[in-house]
Ligand binder design. Structure first.
Ligand SMILES: *Cc1c(COP(=O)(O)O)cnc(C)c1O
Length: 388
């Protein structure tokens, strides 16, 4: 029997990592020693305090029922406390915070609340794929905002045409940024808040990497700048903050009406995050500062080993101030990031992510994740030296 797919499904962008994934699986089957710098998933397990907290919460039968739609109140209160102490932003836990089943879930569902067929989302290019996927599944269209090195990987809002802005509903931003690892100044957030107000846009700031930063740098909250609470929300996740990618727990904070609309979509699709995981989420926020102090030192050491190593063999790679990625232009004379990543996998047994997979403006770059040990990173640099 033939099943006709919905138009929205056929409109999703092609998954450009297919070939790399296939080649990686083949190499692993052949027993090759592969160094995987591809996936943005912390290599260490979750903190033991968080695991113990989950055990304890699991014993309590009141955590076994359907969760509340918006999340349990003790977790929302703890999130409000964290926001206040970490960013100096005051939030009402009843109205301005919504618990998510991982931030990807909220990011992907948000367009269902605001985007009508034919409406436009303004999406950075390159970007984390769900900004596009969520918009297309809601029947919307994508307007790509190139993130160029010459503009410090910030979108140039002035370049967006008035005719596009008339149809635009959501403006996505993400700093510290995946995949470019760029950070932004407070002034950029201020510009975004003013721009959104002027054109009636909703801002979705993805702050998944707000806690992964180096050299004493502390990323800021979009919600802190004037006017941001009138126009936007900010997505957070415990995935990168506390090595909890598999747990599926995140939250979105900000404008009450936007939060309530996302909540309405969710209440028709899911029934919230498992209460016991939300209880463990409270513990994660309790121990986050200590955990991050150690983890960020680990990532910083790996970053230095990778970037110094690449530059010592003639690459031109900058040290990121945040995220656990290095985003680097291809060494000469290579141009195609997919071909280059294929060569690196086949000849050196290293998985790296081709930049074009995140959007056209990512062409000419590759992303390398700092989620393997310093020894393996040094080994990777040695192998690269031999093939390039
Ligand atoms: C990892 C990541 C997320 C988050 O993921 P969840 O695990 O769904 O919370 C969100 N945005 C970006 C840019 C990411 O890299």
């Amino acid at each position: 029997m033939q099943f006709e797919l919905s138009e929205r499904l056929t409109k999703l962008p092609p998954y450009l990592f297919v070939e790399i994934d296939k080649a990686k699986r083949k190499a692993l089957r052949e027993g090759k020693d592969i160094i995987d710098l591809g996936i943005g998933d912390p290599d260490e397990g979750s903190p033991k305090e968080v695991i113990e907290s989950l055990y304890k919460a699991l014993q309590d039968s009141k955590n076994h029922h359907y969760p509340l739609d918006q999340g349990i109140s003790s977790f929302r209160k703890r999130i409000a406390e964290w926001y206040s102490s970490r960013f100096g932003v005051a939030l009402d836990p009843e109205k301005e915070i919504l618990v998510l089943i991982g931030s990807k879930e909220g990011i992907g569902h948000m367009p269902l609340a605001f985007v009508n067929p034919g409406d436009v989302s303004l999406v950075p290019d390159p970007c984390y794929p769900p900004y596009k996927g969520g918009t297309i599944l809601a029947g919307g269209r994508i307007h790509a905002m190139p993130l160029l090195e010459g503009n410090n990987f910030l979108p140039d809002l002035k370049k967006i045409k008035e005719s596009t802005l008339k149809k635009a509903r959501i403006l996505y931003i993400n700093y510290p940024n995946n995949p470019t690892s760029a950070v932004c100044e407070k002034g950029f957030f201020e510009d975004v808040a003013l721009f959104a107000k002027k054109y009636g846009l909703i801002v979705a700031h993805d702050a998944a990497y707000s806690e992964v930063a180096f050299d004493g740098y502390k990323p800021d909250s979009f919600l802190k700048v004037n006017g941001a609470m009138d126009v936007g929300v900010e997505f957070h996740s415990l995935s990168k903050t506390c090595n909890m990618t598999g747990w599926r727990i995140g939250f979105v904070c900000g404008n009450e009406k936007i939060i309530s609309a996302i909540g309405k979509v969710k209440s028709n699709i899911d029934s919230g995050a498992f209460n016991a995981i939300q209880m463990a989420g409270i513990t994660a926020l309790d121990i986050a500062e200590r955990h991050l102090k150690r983890m960020n030192a680990v990532y910083q050491e790996r970053r230095d080993a990778l970037v110094d190593g690449l530059n010592s063999i003639g690459w031109k790679t900058k040290k990121p101030k945040a995220t656990f990625y290095a985003w680097t232009s291809l060494p000469r004379p290579y141009k195609s990031s997919i071909k280059f990543a294929g060569k690196v996998l086949n000849e050196a047994g290293i998985v790296i992510t081709p930049g074009v997979g995140f959007g056209e403006s990512g062409e000419g770059y590759v992303r390398m994740a700092l989620t393997v040990s310093v020894e393996r990173i040094k080994e990777a640099v040695d192998r690269l030296k031999k093939i390039i």
